[in-house]
Design a protein around this ligand. Sequence first.
Ligand SMILES: Nc1ncnc2c1ncn2[C@@H]1O[C@H](COP(=O)(O)OP(=O)(O)OP(=O)(O)O)[C@@H](O)[C@H]1O
Ligand SMILES: [Mg+2]
Length: 273
Amino acid sequence: MIDFSRDSQPHIIAVANQKGGVGKTTTTINIAAGLVELGARVLLIDIDPQGNASTGLGVAAEARKATTYDLLVEERPIAEVIQKTGIDNLLICPANSDLASADIDLVANEKRIFLLHDALHQASVDHLGLDFILIDCPPSLSLLTVNALVASQSVLVPLQAEFYALEGLSQLMLTVRKIRTTANPGLRIEGVVITMADARNRLSLQVESDARKTLGDLVFKTVIPRNVRLSEAPSFAMPVMQYDPSSKGSEAYRNLSAEILARHPLASATVKV
Ligand SMILES: Nc1ncnc2c1ncn2[C@@H]1O[C@H](COP(=O)(O)OP(=O)(O)OP(=O)(O)O)[C@@H](O)[C@H]1O
Ligand SMILES: [Mg+2]
């Protein structure tokens, strides 16, 4: 039997922004694949009732026998809900529309904001030998996103290069601050990544420059360009690195993955003497 056990716990990152369509799922799928390319073992948790990350990684609706709903609401053990994807070392906990009723189903559950946290801190998670757990959040600050933020060490925020981008950010930061003062004092901002940027568009450049002025080093050096390959890849059920490895989208997400890995080196990369 292969022993995947590692010395350290996986780094847990929520990919969140309550604004819809800003590139959360695209970012989650492609940094998951980028980190795997760089030698990591990754679990992607789809906590969005839309199930876009599950579809994008080729887990068809009928193959979602157990889902994040079962993990949170039925409290099924994590080993029973995760599945392999077509990519070695990339596992997924898929989601479907069942999750849409989680808010209501959990209303009387006193632990309701800790359910994902508790699921990810089961001893069996250690045996998966994970380096990273990435959580693809829905476009809201609902109970599902709160569960992701309570369970995570950090939050990565995709920011679409468009006019109202920074306004929505203050609401998210307020939520992060609230969670820090209550359920998860250690929650950090992993960073803000500008998505769908267009270097020929003045507004896009302005958003990037404003974000760097306001947020400083919190903004990743890598900027994700608008690239049609990134929007095509999910319909082929692949991360962009597989669909078109030499595209601008692949290059950008590889660079972003390297920036993340530089901050959280793999346990296996630690020299042991
Ligand atoms: N850099 C990009 N270049 C071109 N298209 C992109 C890029 N990033 C995302 N897209 C496309 O934009 C749309 C929204 O992206 P995505 O689904 O990743 O956003 P999201 O924030 O997860 O959306 P939701 O809030 O609905 O979950 C998708 O059709 C996706 O393929
Ligand atoms: Mg999404």
